[in-house]
Design a protein around this ligand. Structure first.
Ligand code: 5AD
Ligand code: SF4
Length: 439
């Protein structure tokens, strides 16, 4: 195609950004763009940024600096910044990096084609609104394009919880749920295109309350409706807040055949004093009780979580409470971070814990978490699990897939099995994966 243009998108951060990048690529497909995996010959470079990690904005500015040469060589190259840094920095991005043509916040992606057109006319385009309309309604995916076996599906965005450390309520805005029929239509479409496993995404996904038949539906009700879709074999969801785990969702973990035995349920700290200062509105004890109830419903469920060490005013005693909680829960997978300030969030203004203490606590926590993770992984040896094969492995004849518990599993099997769920016996546990054989 003569007027085909190349689009390079670099995605940072969470799975929701991965999903958003796919939607943006599809929306710009209508403008004649095809994806390329290098910035070198691109007609448009889009950075889909994340604000969760430390010095996120600075990293984006230095990344942009690297495209200066490309822009000088090709004045028609358009450079855009999307995602949470775009939302947080807005106009400032174009002030500091005048070569940036387009800045778009996460709630305005459906306006990208018009914004791109504006840049082609030589203008700059900035949109960091929180519009009323459902952006996903305007970001319909290309019909029938073949997909891999797994996909993300955003059902909820934004957050009203305002944890004292977190930028999400500011960058992604208030909590919004997509209507049930749109979610189900998108899910059916994904399945027709080859998807066998759907991970429902939301910053606070278990607060889902999308409009459906007879009023608002809970996440549990949505999951049960997805369970009825023929050809869909697995359902997952992430990320959840402990306070939004309702009875129906806990029960679904026991009863719903396609809902996988894996739950990401961040606790952040095991100290009630710190949890209160974090504005988490749960205690260590209420979290532990919740985990008990979930394990009663589904005894083999794998629990994963997020932790922050060195939150302002965290003492050694508070940190010990976190270690104690971890000892009790036994996590199968975890993400842990040193607290770092986010300008504009309440905790940024408070007395900070020293860097050396943070480093020491993080190392101790991670040592404990990785022992637990390893023990749970090793205990899979000898068990039979379902594995959804996703792709070929490095060794000839080998396929890689994910177990029900989201462990990576290597199995010798025919490539025709990609996209299928097979019963596998686990025979070995390596550092970050399992080895298995077909039953
Ligand atoms: N500092 C450190 N970690 C943070 N997270 C969110 N904000 C911060 C911060 N300011 C972590 C939390 C959250 C995960 C996505 O990132 O643990 O659950
Ligand atoms: Fe951020 Fe999650 Fe807290 Fe919402 S619930 S403010 S997304 S950490």
């Amino acid at each position: 195609m003569a007027d085909e243009k190349k689009l390079y998108i670099k995605t940072y951060g969470c799975q929701m950004n991965v999903y958003d990048s796919e939607r943006m690529a599809e929306a710009l497909g209508g403008q004649g763009y095809v994806a390329t995996d290098t910035p070198d010959d691109a007609d448009m470079i889009l950075l889909n940024t994340c604000h969760i990690r430390e010095k996120a904005a600075e990293k984006v500015y230095s990344e942009l600096g690297r495209f200066k040469g490309l822009k000088a060589a090709n004045p028609d190259l358009k450079i855009g910044v999307a995602g949470c840094v775009a939302q947080a920095e807005g106009q400032e991005i174009m002030r500091r990096q005048p070569m940036v043509d387009l800045v778009v916040g996460p709630q305005s992606y459906h306006r990208l084609p018009a914004m791109e057109a504006k840049t082609r006319e030589g203008g700059k385009a900035l949109d960091t609104d929180f519009p009323e309309e459902d952006k996903f309604e305007h970001l319909k995916s290309r019909p029938k394009a073949k997909r891999g076996p797994t996909a993300f599906l955003t059902v909820q965005e934004g957050c009203d919880k305002f944890c004292a450390f977190c930028v999400v309520p500011y960058t992604r805005g208030a909590e919004v749920s997509r209507p049930v029929d749109r979610v189900l239509t998108e899910a059916r479409d994904l399945v027709e295109r080859g998807v066998r496993e759907i991970t429902l995404l939301g910053q606070n996904v278990n607060a889902y309350h999308g409009a459906g038949d007879g009023g608002d539906w809970s996440l549990a009700r949505l999951i049960w409706a997805l369970n009825d879709i023929d050809g869909l074999e697995r359902i997952r969801f992430t990320t959840s807040h402990p306070n939004d785990m309702d009875d129906a969702l806990i029960a679904a973990h026991g009863d719903c055949p396609k809902l996988m035995p894996y739950l990401h349920l961040p606790v952040q700290s095991g100290s009630d004093r710190i949890l209160k200062r974090m504005n988490r509105s749960h205690t260590a004890e209420s979290y532990l009780k919740l985990i008990d109830r979930i394990r009663t419903a589904r005894p083999d469920i794998l629990i994963s979580g997020d932790f922050i060490v060195g939150f302002p005013e965290e003492t050694e005693e508070d940190f010990q409470a976190t270690l104690d909680l971890v000892e009790q829960v036994k996590y199968g997978q975890c993400y842990s971070f040193k607290y770092s300030t986010r300008p504009g969030t309440p905790a940024a203004e408070r007395a900070q814990v020293g860097e050396a203490e943070k480093t020491d606590r993080l190392a101790r926590l991670q040592a404990l978490l990785s022992d637990q993770q390893r023990a749970i992984q090793d205990a899979m040896v000898g068990r039979e699990v379902g594995v959804l094969f996703e792709k070929t492995g490095r060794e000839p004849g080998q396929l890689i897939g994910k177990s029900d518990h989201l462990h990576a599993v290597y199995v010798h099997a025919d490539p025709s099995m990609i996209g299928q769920v097979a019963r596998v016996r686990i025979i070995e546990s390596a550092s970050n994966s399992l080895g298995g054989e077909l039953i």
